[in-house]
Design a protein around this ligand. Sequence first.
Ligand SMILES: [Zn+2]
Ligand SMILES: [Zn+2]
Length: 232
Amino acid sequence: MHITILGTRGEIGPSAPLHAKHAGVLVDGTILFDLGEREYLDRGADAAFITHLHPDHAFFVTDPTAIDIPLYAPEQAEHDMPIMVIEEPVTVGPYTVTPVPTHHSVRVKSTAYLLEKEEEKILYTGDVIWINREFHPLLEGCRLVITDGSLVRKGGRVMRDKESGKIYGHAGIPDLIDLFAPFTDHILFLHFGSWFFEDVEASADRLRALGEAKGVSVIVGSDGMEIDTGSL
Ligand SMILES: [Zn+2]
Ligand SMILES: [Zn+2]
């Protein structure tokens, strides 16, 4: 599969030339994951899959607009958007997209997406703390995992809502490496938090070193990056 990383900045103020846009990943020019920017709709994709309805992943939450490709998300939006709520795998041409529930927020539902084409599969998580163990067998043999670079410290920032008992926030990058290393050799981080922008090059080195220590190759995402999963 051919992956185009569209945006790698989290929901934060700081920005850098190659890390300015919000969440978005395009696969084979056909499947979009997240719509952090309205301009991603101009890519000519056949369908868009939203991980959760935070505006840095779904621009239309704060800026409702007509969207004329099939739009999938884990729940309906407040505005009258033509969302199809995804609970089961969806087929788009030769691709199968399977939702994998994630923990991230109390107010919005969140899901990762497993994308399969022939023998190959990749996972795109969006913002994430954890994926329940019952879903881990699905992740076996991923060519690439694309995940949340919000926080670099171990433990991330995870809080518990008193009323619902639900956890919310983001895992730390070391936690996500531990979570995904059993299932893949390649982890791409994007959705960077403020920590990353203090010194982009040093942060990228730090990320790669964290991967090396766990025996996985860490790829530091940048806006416009192109990756052929066959060459990984
Ligand atoms: Zn979020
Ligand atoms: Zn986010």
